[in-house]
Design a protein around this ligand. Structure first.
Ligand SMILES: [Fe+2]
Length: 316
């Protein structure tokens, strides 16, 4: 009997060990998955203040050192809390900007998010005012809610329109154009009576507009929309950048065909509430006179104009 039963004990022990090993592997995998999910979700709340100095060739002398706070892609929704938007406004104000620009995509989904989002931003103020454009997510029947929420806070929308900023007896044009995917763009209307030798700042939601501009009157285009790719993987880059020009306008200072383009990574998220390798951003841009950017490392030279590719199937 002892001889026949002897092999059974080691087999049971082996099965037990296998079960323990499998359980341990599953537990380790589960912990790793939870850890990774927590990490990418927490990243969506780690706002970073990005300060850049941008040289513009036609900046009037009195505007030397002029500071712009740029916020875009707030995307208030169930996934982007008001606390993050309030923190973004506080960070922007901490830089004591001369001008505040809001680059669109205030909400995701329902129009009912518009007023709370703008209420969270209502402390924003600057000596030269607060101006905005709408993004693709602010359209589709939600324009009215977003526009009235902006107006209630005294924030002026620049929809194919512009204003003159005045300082020290000089003037600087600030224009804005409609969203590239959901509205019309009238750059001449935004530039107004801009004269030869003057260079304008233009606010747009989608940086791809840089490739379509036909005027040489713009010195700096300010945009958001691409969220820095939202997920930027080591060696791979950003698998989904909602642009017809690959990763050219993913984030940062880019050389467009006719002018420099600053693309903020934005504050919120859309599609998935995750950020990997591109933290949310509040941008503070200091304008200086000059032809070349003084922070060479920050200047991303684009690969030049490329043929537009079909856009990604989702809207970011
Ligand atoms: Fe967006």
């Amino acid at each position: 009997m002892a001889d026949t039963l002897a092999p059974a004990a080691p087999a049971k022990a082996v099965r037990g060990r296998r079960r323990i090993t499998r359980r341990a592997a599953l537990a380790a995998g589960g912990c790793a998955a939870i850890g990774a999910a927590t990490y990418v979700c927490r990243n969506t709340l780690r706002l970073r203040l990005e300060r850049r100095r941008i040289a513009l060739p036609r900046l009037p002398a009195p505007f030397e050192g002029f500071t712009i706070a740029l916020l875009a892609d707030l995307h208030h929704s169930r996934c982007v809390p008001l606390a993050l938007i309030r923190e973004a406004a506080t960070l922007a104000l901490s830089a004591r900007p001369d001008l505040v620009l809001l680059g669109g995509d205030f909400i995701t989904g329902s129009a009912r998010y518009a007023d709370p989002c703008l209420r969270a931003l209502e402390g924003l103020a600057a000596p030269h005012g607060v101006f905005a454009v709408l993004g693709n997510h602010d359209h589709g029947g939600k324009e009215r809610a977003v526009r009235s929420a902006l107006a209630r806070r005294g924030f002026r929308e620049l929809f194919n329109a512009g204003v003159w900023l005045a300082r020290g007896g000089a003037r600087l044009r600030l224009g804005g154009v409609g969203d590239l995917w959901r509205a019309t763009q009238d750059l001449p209307a935004a530039l107004g009576d801009l004269r030869a030798g003057e260079g304008a700042l233009v606010l747009t939601h989608n940086p791809d507009f840089a490739e379509l501009m036909e005027s040489d009157g713009v010195d700096l285009l300010l945009a958001g929309h691409t969220h820095g790719g939202q997920a930027v993987l080591p060696l791979v880059g950003a698998p989904f950048t909602p642009s017809g020009y690959g990763e050219k306008y993913r984030a940062g200072l880019v050389r467009g065909p006719r002018c420099r383009v600053y693309v903020t990574r934005g504050v919120g998220t859309s599609v998935l509430p995750v950020r990997i390798g591109c933290p949310p951003e509040v941008s503070v841009l200091e304008l200086v006179r000059g032809r070349e950017n003084r922070e060479g490392a920050d200047f991303v030279a684009g690969a030049g104009s490329q043929a537009p590719e079909p856009c990604a199937a989702f809207e970011q």
